[in-house]
Ligand binder design. Structure first.
Ligand code: NAD
Length: 435
């Protein structure tokens, strides 16, 4: 099939490369000419395991190309995926200006009917707006140019770090549309994945995405709240989570206590779901509490660091892990940002290392000494903080760390180590929900 993906970020690039690998003829378009130039030079602007090889293979096979030429992308495709950002606004709603721009652009440029697919995460009722923009409401009807485009919602559930395999082996593919033709065409497109396909109306598909992310965020905040009770009573949240997770109705995933969720999806999607619910007359108080617990986890963690050090001012704090989760360079809404900002505000000096995210971190976190490796971050530190659970951190030589640090304090925001073992080694070890 002839496909164009508008927006070549984490989602657009992965989707475009995977569709090409499934045998389709794909154009990935982006407004950012620098990004397109990088891609056309054979370089990948993001860190995502497996993506570079997949892109190279499909570019070589001439199934995938990159352009900043919007008209060319529109002209090329029968199916156009909108994969631009939907960042949060200050009031919690999603900024849909990028989606609107693309929809208006398609309305202006398309000369024949297209299937226009929302791949970006958008609030319910966005599809109606996209439909209106594509059809008669933008003056096209008066000009006699009204083309009967089809609109669909096909939310993306990939996770950064495992994006390619998530895309190729999804738990489900959700296709929402009020057009039978659009549904059937998209079903056919995804057929090679042999995944369970859920066909819905467009509004339900939009809500499936927000409800799924909000539910996962709720699970994280739930276990973090439980962790706080564990700490106060002497119980162990890991044992509690194991006991809970073995119940098939609950399941073990997303029950890791820590410094809370971050990233480009959960915080903004929970915000946007609350916002759209409120806008339509429902106060989603449960999700407001999910957010509040999440924010609280950062504060609780900083207090743990402070309690361990007594005074933060003048102390050197080594931070291992900046990305919002392992196997990505994505720093958007990473918990490390709030934590480091607060430590610096209280006068601590921060030296940090992350295997992939330091380039992006440098744009966001100022006044941090960026180190060349994990041992350099530990050197001379009064406390060592673990904020992202990269595999290489789990294998750190703690004997070596012990020799490098000024004070033997480890604050583990991801429960990566065994408390007994760390204490045995002589560390003052603090984690989440475990004594
Ligand atoms: P991103 O910021 O990495 O990429 C968005 C891209 O769109 C950028 O490269 C930007 O230059 C481009 N863009 C903006 N306006 C444009 C325009 N008018 N024309 C062409 N290109 C334009 O964002 P992302 O992480 O890929 O997320 C995209 C959407 O997918 C969001 O709605 C997000 O919530 C959703 N999503 C993200 C993930 C994830 O893990 N990142 C997972 C599922 C869904």
């Amino acid at each position: 099939m002839k496909i164009s993906v508008i927006g070549s970020g984490y989602v657009g690039l992965v989707a475009g490369a995977c569709f090409a690998d499934m045998g389709n003829d794909v154009i990935c378009q982006d407004i950012d000419q620098g990004k397109i130039k990088t891609l056309n030079e054979g370089k990948i602007p993001i860190y995502e395991p497996g993506l570079e090889e997949l892109i190279k293979k499909n570019v070589k096979a001439k199934r995938l190309l990159f352009t900043s030429d919007f008209a060319r992308a529109v002209e090329h495709a029968d199916i156009i995926f909108i994969a631009v950002g939907t960042p949060p606004r200050d009031d919690g709603g999603a900024d849909l200006s990028y989606v609107e721009n693309v929809a208006r652009g398609i309305a202006a440029k398309a000369k024949k009917p297209k299937i226009v697919v929302e791949k970006s995460t958008v609030p319910v009722l966005t599809g109606e707006r996209v439909y209106q923009v594509l059809h008669c409401s933008n003056g096209n009807a008066e000009k006699g140019k009204c083309i009967q485009h089809m609109v669909a919602s096909n939310p993306e559930f990939l996770r950064e770090g495992t994006a390619v395999s998530d895309f190729m082996k999804p738990d489900r593919v959700v296709i929402g549309s009020d057009s039978e033709k659009a549904k059937q065409t998209l079903k056919e497109l995804y057929a090679p994945l042999k995944a369970k396909v859920v066909l819905t109306d467009i509004k339900s598909a939009e809500i499936i995405k927000h409800a799924s992310n909000s539910f996962l965020a709720m699970k994280i905040s739930f276990i973090n709240a439980v962790a706080n009770v564990c700490e106060k009573t002497g119980a162990n949240v890991e044992q509690v989570a194991e006991g809970m997770g073995l119940d098939k109705r609950i399941g073990p995933s997303f029950l890791n206590a820590g410094i809370g969720y971050g990233g480009f999806c959960f915080p903004k999607d929970v915000d946007a779901f609350i916002w759209i619910a409120e806008r339509n007359g429902y106060d989603f108080a449960l999700l407001k509490e999910v957010q509040s617990i999440n924010r609280g986890q950062r504060k609780i963690f900083v207090k743990k660091v402070e309690d361990s050090l007594w005074v933060l001012k003048g102390k050197t704090i080594g931070v291992l892990g900046l990305a919002f989760k392992p196997n990505t360079d994505d720093m958007r809404f990473a918990p490390s940002i709030e934590i480091i900002n607060e430590l610096q505000a209280q006068g601590a000096k921060v030296k940090a290392f992350d295997p992939e995210a330091m380039g992006r971190a440098k744009e966001i976190l100022k006044g941090v000494e960026y180190c060349n490796g994990m041992y350099e971050a530990a050197k001379g530190a009064d406390a060592l903080l673990f904020l992202t659970e990269w595999d290489e951190f789990k294998k750190i030589d703690l004997g070596k760390v012990k020799k490098l640090m000024k004070q033997l304090i480890i604050c583990d925001g991801r429960n990566m180590f065994n408390p007994g073992e760390l204490r045995e080694l002589g560390f003052n070890y603090v984690s989440i929900g475990r004594l």
